[in-house]
Design a protein around this ligand. Structure first.
Ligand code: ATP
Length: 536
């Protein structure tokens, strides 16, 4: 599937629109349309249900070291600025970026790549923001232009090695920037804070500056004590949260994959330090299976353990769940979710202040005069186990997923084309979304074959019987074949049609989106039939 086909389907059928489109859109912001909002809600609800409400606290699930509890939170987007100072985001939440003096554009250092090429006795690095084959094309096009060669003379370009990241290039004087005509127009990489700043209060000055949260996790850590004190949860337990996060990404792109406003689904799982590696293993596998169960099977999904040198200083182990999005080069994967063993870093940071690594230890980061750079809350966030009579700072396992990236992956995986016979038996191209029934925005559509002979009345009754149970859609407009196609594109698993035979024997046709099988059932049984089939 080409990404353009999916983007076009999303626009055509109302899954996703550029934000503020009538004003030309705003880069990195997306709106979910009538079908998209249902799809994303279903992703969120499947996550919440599978992780929180349906979790059985009385038995240990397969692979878990013991039973555990799950609970939830819904924290504010704007929090006390000290939260971000102690968490490290204020100082460290940066990406390196480069500016182009010629085009005035700004790029994320690690997202520009290019190839070394030699021609006419000169060796240059041709940079681009494109990925995969597009990047190869773009770099060739730019190199031909730069060396003033016609396409026919492309063999005069001596390419040296494959596409590599700009981060591997030291000699910026030899770099031809992604939108530049001259060499050496890119600045050295600089830090860039990704947090959106805002002012709290009408008269606020700089001292009232606050930030839109760049992740939902910190709201959970700062409420750890509240949850322990106000509920009867006992370690091991997890706190889940779904909510908006904001990052002023330098190069938002690839549809919703990298947005500036997006939604996260995060769990902070608190456990005893002795058991934390076992819990990490459990969550890493549990979260991977969640995507498989909802349809992301196959070689496009993978679980990748981080190499030790990739790990941040506080993490003992991290794995990413990744998907081979169609906009990436062959063999490349994009992150859907990170599952990290974070040790006691977060709770200690909010007790003691911003931490840094010294040797093998985490110590409070101090200024030259020895005072903490960012003071912690001073509150005791340790945990007292009244059975073992032991006090300890829990370790944290963090499965951190993106609702928008998951939704996009489910859409990419679901996009299918095939050929099916139309009413006259002629094979025609069909686009359909093979979404898991739990995720499908509409579960069943009801059609009268024609708009007469009492059929609409019967179809409306069926629609009404479905509506309290599921999202259902009634459609009586146009040829029935076209109505099926519209539902196929929306990913609706079942269509129910009332026809001439219904009026004689009270049965209707049910059609399966994927197999195109059709069978007849009694019209009174529609709701029970669809519910049973949705459950699989
Ligand atoms: P990346 O390296 O792609 O920027 P990240 O490692 O910074 O991602 P995390 O901080 O681990 O991401 O955030 C957890 C999850 O939140 C990611 O796995 C992803 O699903 C989602 N996420 C992060 N940034 C964005 C974004 N800009 N747009 C959409 N989703 C995002």
């Amino acid at each position: 599937m080409e990404m353009e086909q999916l983007v076009a389907l999303c626009k055509r059928r109302g899954f996703l629109f550029p934000s503020s489109e009538i004003y030309g859109g705003l880069q990195g912001f997306w709106d979910y349309g009538p079908l998209g909002v249902e799809l994303k809600r279903n992703v969120r609800e499947a996550w919440w249900r599978d992780m929180v409400t349906a979790h059985d606290e009385l038995s240990a699930p397969p692979g878990a070291p013991s039973t555990y509890e799950m609970t939830g939170l819904d924290c504010t987007i704007i929090m006390h600025p000290q939260v971000w100072k102690c968490s490290g985001h204020y100082d460290l939440f940066h990406d390196y970026m480069v500016d182009c003096r010629e085009s005035k554009r700004r790029y994320r250092h690690d997202q520009v790549q290019g190839r070394w090429v030699e021609a006419k006795g000169e060796r240059i690095f041709v940079a681009t923001e494109a990925c995969g084959d597009e990047a190869l094309e773009a770099t060739e096009h730019k190199a031909l232009k730069f060396f003033n060669l016609r396409k026919k003379k492309a063999d005069q370009l001596a390419w040296q090695g494959p596409l590599v990241s700009l981060t591997a290039v030291d000699d910026f004087g030899a770099v031809l920037g992604p939108d530049a005509k001259r060499l050496g127009t890119l600045t050295e990489p600089r830090e860039f804070n990704l947090m959106f700043k805002t002012i709290v209060g009408a008269l606020g000055g700089e001292e009232d500056a606050a930030f839109l949260r760049p992740e939902t996790a910190q709201g959970i850590f700062v409420n750890f004590k509240n949850v322990v004190d106000s509920t009867r949860v006992k370690i091991p337990f997890g706190i889940a949260q779904i909510g908006k996060s904001f990052r002023n990404e330098i190069t938002p792109r690839n549809f919703t994959f990298r947005s500036r406003e997006f939604e996260q689904m995060e769990i902070e799982f608190f456990c005893h330090p002795h058991a934390s590696l076992e819990w990490y293993e459990y969550w890493r596998n549990r979260r991977y299976r969640w995507y498989v169960d909802l349809g992301l099977a196959g070689e496009r999904l993978r679980l990748r353990d981080h190499e030790p040198e990739e790990l941040p200083h506080y993490s003992l182990a991290t794995a990413d769940i990744e998907y081979a999005f169609p906009f990436l080069a062959d063999g490349d994967f994009g992150e859907l979710e990170g599952v990290a063993h974070r040790g006691d870093f977060d709770l200690r940071s909010h007790m003691e202040g911003k931490l840094m690594r010294r040797g093998d230890e985490l110590v409070v980061d101090t200024d030259e005069d020895g005072t903490p750079k960012h003071r912690g809350s001073g509150k005791d966030l340790s945990y007292y186990d009244d059975q073992s009579k032991e006090r300890f700072t829990p370790h944290v396992i963090e499965p951190s997923a993106g609702a928008d990236r998951a939704t996009l992956a489910f859409l990419c995986e679901a996009y299918r084309e095939d050929e099916v016979p139309d009413e006259k038996g002629k094979l025609t191209r069909r686009v359909f979304l093979k979404l898991h029934p739990r995720l499908a925005p509409i579960k069943a559509a009801v059609f009268p074959l024609v708009k007469k002979d009492g059929m609409p009345e019967v179809a409306r009754e069926i629609y009404k019987s479905l509506k309290p149970e599921m999202t259902a859609f009634y459609d009586e407009k146009g040829a029935v074949g076209r109505r099926y196609r519209r539902q196929d594109e929306a990913g609706t698993p079942f269509c129910i049609t009332v026809d001439g035979q219904t009026m004689q024997d009270g049965t209707v046709t049910v059609r399966d989106r994927d197999t195109l099988d059709q069978w007849r059932i009694k019209k009174e049984d529609c709701a029970a039939e669809i519910i049973a089939r949705l459950k699989g």
